[in-house]
Design a protein around this ligand. Sequence first.
Ligand code: CA
Length: 336
Amino acid sequence: MKPAARSRLHLEIDLFRAGKSTGFIRVPHSVHRSAYGWLPIPVACINNGEGPRVLLMAGNHGDEWEGQVALGRLIRDLDPEQVRGRLIILPSANFPAAQAGTRTSPIDDGNLNRSFPGDPDGSVTQQIAYFLEHVLLPLCDYAFDFHSGGSSLMYVPGTLCRRDPDPAGMARLLGLMRAFGAPIGWIGSALQGQDRTLTAAARRQGVVCMGTELGGGGQVTPSVLALAEAGIRRVLAYVEAYTGPVPARADTRLLTLGGNDYYVYAPDGGVFEPLVELGDEVKRGQPAGRIHFHDTPWRAPTTASFARDGLVICKRVPGRTERGDCLFHLGTPYDG
Ligand code: CA
């Protein structure tokens, strides 16, 4: 199939063919090892008559595995007869990063979720971003982007949406979050990256978008993977794209994520000692963590404190830390 727009990427499968199609998005990549080669981004499409058009993607960051594993299983298990409309499933959107097991691409150091709207003539990651925003998103009504904490962060499993100033749009986003049924769901008003994320690209293209932060730590856990798989089927059923069996859901605690005072950053380089756990309720001024000077161990560690009250929803994983690394972030009760 020949993509519209100016993308240099080639889509092997026909997004309008009935039933389940699998193949690759080919990213031209001429290098010493392979003069006429291409990079293979796995993609699947399931079409079954009229219905919503949904993009399901993971591996936007290559080291966030839960969504990648869940979408692979969805491709294998989903019966096209249980689908209404069209699902485009992209388990490892930044495939070079996923192959390397890293957040960013080893080819151009590209962070796909800071690369939108992309560039059809840019680096590999910029070309992938351009293809997503200008070829795939215009074919979709909904986009679900399954992130997790990756190598450096661990999350209380949750869904997230960017605040929509339109009340009807906001109600629709809250409906999606409640349908997914993660323990928490948070609404960001000042999300990092702002206009360069898949969420921003979706909004530019008029596509309703929900993300997740499912666990992390560079690993897959059975409980978080089970939540991901159940949540995906529940949210697909909610938008009437899936008619098969749906596992029961739990209630979602809705939270707000605001600006800088929600985050705690390392004040120095050293070894991070957390002083609170994920899921703790904390107070303004409460010590969050210590940074130990293992190069000068007789020096007293520095302490980083929370700048406001809140619920700890994200925590740094690795011990070794540099000044400016995110140690924690908070959520506060959703204010409507
Ligand atoms: Ca991520």
